[in-house]
Write a protein that binds this ligand. Structure first.
Ligand SMILES: *Cc1c(COP(=O)(O)O)cnc(C)c1O
Length: 492
């Protein structure tokens, strides 16, 4: 262990400090009442500035991020976040505003909201967006509230079910449940697409709608989407589109044209604003024109004289979902991204994300099991190794072992054991911002790992070997979590 890998408490030395405060300019005529002051000084580490800087800089380097390496985490769209986005978001005119400022003093900000709504409408084929939801899952909940409100406003009170495919992202059924709707699962066929014959008998007047993503979570395009849309609509239900990962479609296909009525986007995935660690995020929700009256407020509108104002009330609205209008900083980064890219290049995002995923898939499918053949979109799923080197499932190298071994080579692991359709699922999404050289390096390492698995699976089972934290005991970590500082060393 390096000296500065120590915890900050362990670097402490009596009497040392890292600050110098100016002298108190005010007479302390009114000292704090005794009952509010502490009797002993707080137990804080006593460290110099240089110790603090080294401590946190070293900590930051123990972490993995898009700015430190390739991050093929499926269903997460870990693409490069251009630094110009940060520069714009940091401009004082944007970073220094307050949500209670009068609309007349933030016209430029409102214009960003307005223009962004128009751009997203054009990209998705839907009519109006709300920017109030602060995450993808929050967008799902908002979209479902809109769906429910639509049915209620029509006096159609019995629609309490939402159909969700078995390949869906976990947040879909969770959002439906939070919205008070009942989840009904529709099965996938052998080829990974929704089984239309399984869907038909589920459609009746208790169905509020269906939640889907296309391409689905296996990275496969639902080729029967037109038929699915007309069946659901004929039964009086609506189609909800999970657009968290819009990469492969941008500039090529639009959810609105496929027949979807409501969708969310993850600006903190597809539109290049940083994510991870719980936010801040942005999950704008778009709807077809006939659903606009149900969107949550407030929202930005353009007045006849060309100025912008904020619409606060509408009787039919499904209600508020956040304070004010979502995470403006995230929306601004996404807006910058779109302006920098321009219309002509947007389509390339889709093409390159699909090309990269297929290139990796085809380059590895002799060594990793590919359960469903054919062209994928921006991501795909392997079902573990072809040759795991073991006599049985217990002794061979598993998907977890492959993921851990990748860390030794400086790559982040793919998503593992999701979707649940395959026991050894290994879900890879390269994203369009990676060069061919990076993809080739990743392929070479994956091939090397497959060779190790076949010849000496123990190397994988004990991996990672050279990361700051070795393989934790996941059962012990879950059963007996250590959540505060102790001077025992849980990581070693
Ligand atoms: C990431 C993701 C979500 C959820 O988005 P959050 O911002 O994490 O709440 C939903 N659906 C899909 C397909 C996703 O990839």
């Amino acid at each position: 262990m390096k000296y500065y890998d120590k915890l900050i408490f362990e670097l402490s030395a009596e009497g040392r400090n890292g600050y110098s405060l100016p002298k108190n300019r005010f007479p302390s005529a009114n000292p704090l009442p005794k009952s509010l002051t502490r009797s002993e000084a707080p137990l804080l580490p006593q460290v110099s500035e240089v110790d603090v800087v080294r401590h946190y800089t070293n900590l930051s380097q123990m972490n993995f991020g898009v700015d430190t390496g390739f991050y093929p985490l499926g269903s997460c769209t870990m693409k490069y976040n251009p630094k110009i986005n940060e520069e714009i978001a940091n401009l004082p005119a944007f970073a220094g505003i307050h949500p209670l400022q009068d609309a007349s003093t933030v016209q430029g900000v409102l214009e960003v909201y307005y223009n962004m709504e128009r751009m997203l409408a054009e990209i998705t084929g839907l009519s109006a967006f709300t920017f109030n939801p602060c995450a993808g899952a929050h967008g799902e909940l908002t979209g479902l509230m809109v769906m429910r409100q639509y049915h209620l406003c029509r006096g159609d009170l019995g629609r309490t079910k939402v159909i969700v495919p078995d390949s869906a992202h976990g947040t879909n059924p969770a959002s439906a449940a939070v919205c008070g709707l009942e989840v009904v699962v529709v099965k996938s066929k052998e080829n990974g697409r929704i089984d239309v014959n399984d869907l038909k008998p589920l459609l009746d007047d208790t169905v509020a709608g269906i939640m889907m993503t296309n391409p689905n979570t296996l990275g496969l395009f639902e080729t029967e989407i037109k038929e699915i849309a007309s069946l659901v609509h004929a039964a009086g239900g609506l189609l909800y589109y999970d657009g968290a990962n819009m990469n492969p479609l941008m500039g090529v296909v639009r959810p609105g044209d496929m027949g979807f009525d409501i969708m969310h986007l993850n600006l903190h995935k597809t539109f290049s604003t940083p994510h991870g660690g719980g936010g801040p995020g942005s999950g704008p929700v778009g709807v077809a024109a006939y659903l606009e009256p149900y969107l949550p407020l407030p929202k930005v509108v353009r007045c006849d004289d060309g100025s912008f104002s904020i619409l606060q009330d509408r009787e039919t609205s499904a209600g508020k979902v956040s304070g004010f209008m979502g995470n403006f900083g995230v929306i601004l980064r996404a807006y910058t991204y779109l302006l920098m890219l321009g219309k002509e290049n947007l389509r390339k995002v889709g093409e390159f994300s699909v090309l990269g995923a297929n290139y990796i898939k085809e380059s590895l499918k002799d060594l990793y099991k590919l359960p469903i053949e054919g062209v994928c979109k921006h991501e795909f799923v392997f079902d573990g190794l072809v040759n795991d080197g073991g006599h049985d499932e217990v002794h061979g190298a598993t998907t977890l072992d492959v993921a851990k071994r990748l860390l030794d080579f400086g790559f982040h692991a793919p998503t593992i054991y999701f979707p649940l359709l395959f026991h050894q699922a290994l879900m890879i999404e390269p994203t369009e911002t990676e060069s061919k050289e990076t993809l080739d390096a990743f392929i070479a390492v994956m091939r090397e790992i497959a060779r190790e698995a076949a010849e000496d699976p123990a190397i994988l089972q004990e991996a990672p070997h050279n990361t700051p934290v070795r393989r934790p005991d996941e059962t012990a970590a879950a059963r007996n979590p250590i959540l505060k500082y102790t001077d025992s060393k849980p990581c070693e």
